[in-house]
Write a protein that binds this ligand. Sequence first.
Ligand code: G3P
Ligand code: MG
Length: 250
Amino acid sequence: LPAPPLDSLPPVMAHRGLSARAPENTLAAVRAAHAAGCRWVELDVQLLGDGTPVIWHDARLNRCSHSRGRLADLDRQRARRVDAGSRFAPRFRGEPMASLEAMLALVETLGLGLNLEFKLHRGRDPAALVDTVLPLVERCLPPSRWLASSFDRRALHALRRHRPDPHRLRLGVIDKRLPRRWREEVHELGAFSLHLDWRRLREPQARAVAASPCRLVAYTVNQPRIARRLYAWGAASLISDDPLALTDIK
Ligand code: G3P
Ligand code: MG
């Protein structure tokens, strides 16, 4: 596929893959997103205790598998035994916890774009995550095919220190609500986009971001009524568990 222009984001990105219909953050969820016609997926990346990067959202294992304990206490060997599928539905039994490398190979093969969220739970090291993940992603995807995002400002600053040129690395600042100093933060980071929770977003805030050079991305939008409103306010892209529910809106 030809690389899309660096400026563009798709109207919808599949949150943790097609997580309404397949186990979140798995290879199966990304295949399902692709089959549903999605062009981009949003996924969370973290490190296991031995430094292996994996696609996983929580600090713990219990919500998305039948295993217990903390991701930070797992090594690659033990991670292979985690069933990331059957808690979602029995037919996904045996779906592995995806390594970042396996996921990148799939994203590349399917021609998808990737919003990779650098997920840092309490006590985890942002520099280790950035140092490990950035070169692996860049080996697989050109700058136009991916966007690095995080709630964690230390991770965002570390990413920018590694790649000072905003054309080589696009950054998305995630927050639960619009930060008071958002213009300064976006400027300091050379951020491409601001990713905000639609439930705490008001129209004047949305319009102010959309009118700035920084794109507005809203999460997690699963209702057509909300999607229409956010596009009308100027959102460039919506992150959705169920992009199929939003078809034909934009
Ligand atoms: O990247 C947007 C969204 O994924 C942030 O929240 O908790 O779903 O990772 P969360
Ligand atoms: Mg996320």
